[in-house]
Design a protein around this ligand. Structure first.
Ligand SMILES: NC(=O)c1ccc[n+]([C@@H]2O[C@H](COP(=O)([O-])OP(=O)(O)OC[C@H]3O[C@@H](n4cnc5c(N)ncnc54)[C@H](O)[C@@H]3O)[C@@H](O)[C@H]2O)c1
Length: 388
């Protein structure tokens, strides 16, 4: 590895003699992703710029006159400006380092013929586990208790100290029963015997069958059978659930899906968890709701104006807040890097799109057996790309 400057932005250079130039806008964990790109004949330039979030101007400078592919971040604004610059530099591939791609204006990439990759499948359990951690941290007031201990306020056990909510046998509500919503629902249903209500424009028959079968198993052991119901409206979920976890993607339909009116439909001591995207909640309305309802609790991984928080949120003791770390396990973050690299390398090599939900052959197993395919290209159909 050597260092250089790309249009004034410092970069780390790997495989300097590679014929194809790939820019990576942030250092990525693991080394499998780098092996994937170098094995595909890529010179890889990784930004070493100190800014946490790169401006479009810096990304344009990184792209420069010759750039065949980019791995970018969810904090970047990938639209006509950057895809235009990439196309003009000979670019033929882009991958987001994320499963969500609300930061990418996909039609703008399609307009200039650039495939857009994402990294589904390796974030599912990791993100669901963090949503679960937020659920119980909020319900059982873990952060308040931690601060109390560190502040030296503990004088001994008391019947009334930091009393929270029991979630066993309660009702869990999911908004968006896709990969992560399903994994979280299973953790709450199997682990804590919760009944499940969910809202999703599309029914999740697999999940419904699974919960019903699990209910039968419990009943056969003389335990209470858990139930499942798909609701016709978001409001129905909010009214019934003791804990609501958001797992929908962010788009025009889900922006401010949780607003003041809907918060008021929730139980006054409910727990609301968001490990999806910040703007799914009207955060100012949530702050007002938390202030007015001290027994209402929230667990938040994401924020409407990241990295900022709306005024007042930091002072709400009934909110547990963490800095967008839901996918932050080493296996997941290295796996995301491998999937993003495979998206770019396979596209540049003219390989087809994998088009299967199981992406583990890319991230686990021998390097030599990585499929010759791009794991996930979101505009594959629009571009008429060949499927594996
Ligand atoms: N906090 C994090 O670090 C982190 C990590 C991974 C994913 N995410 C977010 O989680 C989202 C879900 O990821 P996934 O892998 O489960 O995706 P997915 O596509 O499998 O699931 C999304 C689900 O939301 C549903 N949906 C769409 N519109 C809806 C609406 N109006 N109301 C309710 N549901 C709706 C879809 O039908 C789908 O079932 C991603 O889009 C991403 O934004 C966040």
């Amino acid at each position: 590895m050597s260092t250089a400057s790309a249009g004034g932005v410092p970069v780390e250079v790997h495989n300097p003699n590679g014929a194809l130039r790939v820019v990576v806008t942030k250092a990525l964990p693991g080394d499998r992703w780098l092996k994937v790109l170098t094995a595909a004949g890529c010179r890889v330039e990784v930004s070493a710029d100190p800014d946490t979030i790169l401006s479009n101007a810096k990304i344009r400078a990184l792209i420069g006159d010759k750039c065949n592919g980019v791995i970018g971040q969810l904090t970047e604004d990938w639209g006509a400006e950057l895809f235009g610059a990439l196309k003009a530099a000979g670019g033929r591939a882009y991958s987001n380092y994320a499963v969500g791609y609300n930061n990418v204006k996909v039609p703008e990439a399609t307009n200039v013929g650039i495939p857009v990759g994402n990294t589904p499948g390796v974030l599912t359990e990791t993100t669901a586990e963090l949503a679960l951690a937020l659920t119980f941290a909020a319900a059982r007031r873990v952060v308040e208790g931690d601060e109390f201990m560190r502040g030296g306020h503990y004088k001994g056990w008391l019947p009334t100290l930091f009393v929270g909510n029991l979630l066993q046998n309660k009702t869990v509500g999911i908004i968006g029963a896709g990969r992560i919503g399903t994994a979280y629902a299973r953790m709450m249903v199997e682990g804590h015997k919760c009944d499940l209500v969910y809202y999703d424009p599309y029914p999740n028959q697999w999940l419904e069958d699974y919960v019903r079968d699990y209910g039968k198993l419990l009943a056969s052991k003389g335990e209470r059978a858990v139930t499942v119901r798909r609701c016709d409206t978001v409001e129905e979920v909010l009214r019934q659930a003791d804990v609501v976890s958001l797992h929908c993607n962010l788009d025009d339909q889900t922006r401010h899906l949780i607003n003041a009116e809907r918060l008021n439909q929730m139980k006054p001591d409910a727990v609301l968890v968001n490990a999806a995207r910040g703007p799914v909640i009207d955060e100012a309305a949530l702050v007002a709701h938390l202030q007015a309802n001290p027994n209402f609790r929230a667990g938040l991984d994401v924020f409407e104006d990241e990295p900022e928080m709306k005024p007042g949120l930091a002072q709400c003791k009934n909110a547990v807040i963490v800095p967008h770390i839901a996918s932050a396990t080493l296996w997941t973050r290295a796996g995301m890097a491998t999937l993003a690299a495979c998206n770019v390398a396979a596209t540049l090599s003219g390989h087809p799109v994998w088009n299967k939900p199981d992406v583990l052959p890319f991230v686990d197993g021998p390097f030599e057996q990585i499929p010759k395919a791009a794991p996930s290209i979101v505009n594959a159909k629009e571009l008429g790309l060949q499927m594996a």
